[in-house]
Ligand binder design. Sequence first.
Ligand code: KIV
Ligand code: ZN
Length: 552
Amino acid sequence: MHKDPAKKYRPFPPVSLPDRQWPSRVLTHAPRWCSVDLRDGNQALAVPMNVSQKLELFQTLVKCGFKEIEVGFPSASNTEFTFNRRLIEENRAPADVWLQVLVQAREELIERTFESLVGAKKAIIHLYNSTSPAQRRVVFGKSKDEIKAIAVQGAKLIKERLPRLQGTEVVLQYSPESFSGTEVEFAKEVSEAVMDVWRPTPQRKMILNLPDTVEVAMANVYADQIEWICRNIKHRDSLIISLHTHNDRCTGVAATELGLLAGADRVEGTLFGNGERTGNLDIVTVALNLYMHGIDPKLDFSDLGSIIEVYERCTGMTVPARQPYAGELVFTAFSGSHQDAIRKGLAEWKQRGGQQPWDVPYLTIDPTDIGREYREVIRVNSQSGKGGVAYLLESQFGIELPKDMQREFGPIANEEVDRLGREVTGAELKAMFWREYIERNKPWQLKSFETEGKNGVVRCHAKFLRDGKPVELSGEGNGPLAALVHGFGKAGVPRFEIANYSEHALSSGEEAAAIAYIQIKHADGKTRWGAGVDTNIELASVRAVLSALNRS
Ligand code: KIV
Ligand code: ZN
């Protein structure tokens, strides 16, 4: 990289718009959407879709609720032409769906495009030519007037042929391609020249699409450009202003949202942002961003999983794990504090019967609205808190650690996970727990434990090994544990008491065993937890006492 980038690159000139209005506006409704998956998205694939893949994706787009779909570039190849013909001849487009086709301002291409549209019910004919200084100089070697003439010529060729599409409702669309890199005054001049040919009216509007073909500036600059055009172009009320952003600076979504604030009516983009280079605008994200503010996006992503499945199969692309809303990890929390907060938030939401506005920490929307779920697929790594550890032990093995014991075991597990330097599975956590508590048999190991009760007094007789040597003790109390503690005291073991006790059956895989958790408190006030497993609950609790003593 350059030490002084200013020697190689230059800042983007801002638009002069001191009284810009868009920063203080808010979005209140969804724009008109146009999917360009089958054209812009398709042309960016290593292996473009074949006709049957395009048909399948087309049906999916219709199911999502798209009413305008750019189906291709019919003059570009036989596949594109055939696809268009099949859509029309097999009557695959619902009556309210517009088939949009893209064409350059060249007579033979326009001819072929018209052939591809015969019999369509609703069609948008989309003419484009590039207008930025770099395109004028490098690609076309033409002056501003010559570039404008290309647009005007294309507009005329289209207008002359319109009578051929009898029975087809047609809307015309023009894009000054590379608009965001073009001087706004020149973009206006070219667009108005096209308008002079097509003569749109408020009743018969044309679409003026203003592409951010390459993101060359920050999203606020694009918004300024859109507001400038909306305020300065003639016959604004005869235009549908459309946005078409790409994502070179990773702000395609922001540019579109600010462009809508700036006065645009329509948005072009693709599912999950497939498209040239860093992609087109991700329509799913913009739509669900509106949804999370309570605005009906007029697109249905309630089964996002099956849309992803069709998209990945047809395009050969994959949706990244961190893709907003759609990514596999979007509704998964790794850090313990996140897990805890989400669990509490979801519990509050359920408790109120889903009657209050959604306000669950870390989850911008209810995953179930788009067919996903917060499954608490908690993965424990060194960043996870005790909550994640406890959750995995409980959900996978039915081990319900008392809260206070979670505080003791959490850091022990974390230290071990940290040492391993990777995520651990539930089974590995259980093995850690077993090593730490259940399998502790030094210095104390149980050989036998018997009790008898009379008049509310329980007497116990226990045999242990202590450091491998047999020890027998007996004691009495108001229950087996009290008798055991008494017995230890008589045998000269430093005094301790039972501070906490709980037990439950272990559901699966433990041969109907029970698990007991016991916290002992020593005379100096120090506490230790222990746990024991046995088919006999009394023996499970004796083992838990030994576990706590062995850990002291
Ligand atoms: O990105 C772009 O400018 C385009 C145009 C053809 C609209 O895709
Ligand atoms: Zn594009």
